[in-house]
Design a protein around this ligand. Structure first.
Ligand code: NAD
Length: 352
């Protein structure tokens, strides 16, 4: 028997094509009348269209969402929500717009509806990462868990192929680490295997044909599953390394995940045999880490930290920092072994 604890969030999920047409109904279903729409600046056009679609239910549009949720942007958005007497927020976009909606909810308790347009998966979590003065902090609170997710595959068709690839690999990392999490459970493991399988099939298809609705739909479904994994269990070495590298060297978020994942998995392989078997099976590969490397390589995603701008002398600092206050991980961390892992990742060596 494997004893476990499983918490399921009370989120309403609508999935399909053209589902954004249900937004007005969803706003009314929350007993709301004045929605503040949120987006990044490049997605202002889509946010304006959505606002026009819901007519008088839209109180306004705030299009300043930015990567890693800067607190000064949140302060301006909260002020606008209060000035407009908004009674809910609607985030249209990737993790940046979703993060802003969560941050507003944290301050105001306004209910959130999210229409995701990337594979980040933030819409499915009660996690919020925020930055202030260049420092990122992360919190977990039921207050930031979105109430409604409206997945509309049509909104993802414009996500460029390379961005789709790294966004998908970033999501796969949540499912992979869920499979060897110390607090894993059978439900999350089932979800994680299916998420990896769907992404492994759909990402090559949609990179080759970005307008392929079936592949896009599979990837969006997989992204939700990956977000559910991230929400349900603890992340390990891979996430620790990515947060360390991102924070210390300002490396790009999703690309860093894409490079590190095969190496973090190779590191943990001797201590997580069952997870390795499940990952390999889901990928249709003989080895989990090599399979992940080949998937990223085949998608044209970056496979070396050098390609992201990391220099050889940075490795020692990164290894030492990653070994400090480690996340719970199946294989214990040693600075020497982490240094070897990062050296392989720097050079883009295929594991095994
Ligand atoms: P993002 O939301 O910043 O989007 C990246 C860029 O792509 C933006 O300029 C955006 O306007 C554009 N874009 C988004 N969707 C598009 C589409 N369909 N077509 C064309 N352009 C589109 O990036 P992201 O990768 O989605 O999210 C990254 C952020 O999310 C990070 O801050 C990360 O820390 C956070 N995140 C949080 C969680 C969580 O659970 N809290 C989970 C995953 C990621």
């Amino acid at each position: 028997m494997q004893p476990f604890t499983y918490n399921a969030p009370a989120t309403r999920v609508i999935f399909g094509s053209g589902t954004r047409a249900s937004l007005a109904d969803e706003v009314r279903r929350l007993s709301c009348r004045r929605a503040l729409l949120l987006s990044t600046a490049p997605q202002l056009g889509e946010a304006d269209t959505l606002a026009a679609d819901v007519g008088p239910l839209a109180a306004g549009v705030f299009a300043e969402a930015a990567m890693h949720t800067p607190v000064d942007v949140t302060a301006r958005a909260v002020a606008q929500a209060r000035a407009l007497d908004a009674d809910c927020v609607v985030a249209l976009g990737g993790g940046s717009a979703t993060g802003l909606g969560k941050a507003i909810a944290l301050h105001t308790d306004l209910p959130q509806i999210v229409l995701p347009t990337t594979y980040a998966g933030s819409e499915a979590t009660a996690i919020l990462g925020q930055t202030e003065g260049g420092r990122k902090t992360t919190l977990r609170s039921a207050r930031v868990q979105p109430e409604v997710i409206v997945y509309d595959v049509d909104l993802t068709l414009t996500l460029p192929p390379q961005q789709s690839a790294v966004s998908g690999l970033n999501a796969i990392a949540h499912a992979v680490e869920a499979l060897y999490a110390h607090d894993r459970n059978p439900v999350t493991s089932l979800i994680a295997g299916e998420a990896i399988r769907r992404f492994a099939h759909s990402l090559p298809q949609l990179v080759a044909a970005p307008g392929d609705r079936d592949a896009r739909s599979d990837a969006l479904y997989a992204a939700w599953l990956c977000g559910c994994c991230l929400n349900a269990v603890s992340m390990g070495l891979h996430h620790k390394l990515c947060h360390t590298l991102g924070g210390m060297f300002d490396l790009p978020h999703a690309e860093t995940h894409a490079v590190i994942l095969p190496h973090a998995v190779a590191y943990n392989a001797p201590a997580a045999a069952d997870a390795m078997q499940r990952i390999a099976l889901a990928l249709g590969a003989t080895d989990a880490s090599a399979g992940l490397f080949d998937l990223a390589n085949g998608l044209g995603a970056p496979t070396s930290l050098a390609a992201l701008g990391l220099q050889p002398p940075d490795i020692d600092r990164a290894a030492a920092a990653a070994a400090e206050t480690p996340y719970t991980n199946p294989r214990p961390l040693s600075v020497l072994a982490l240094r070897a892992l990062l050296d392989d990742a720097l050079q883009g060596v295929r594991p095994i």
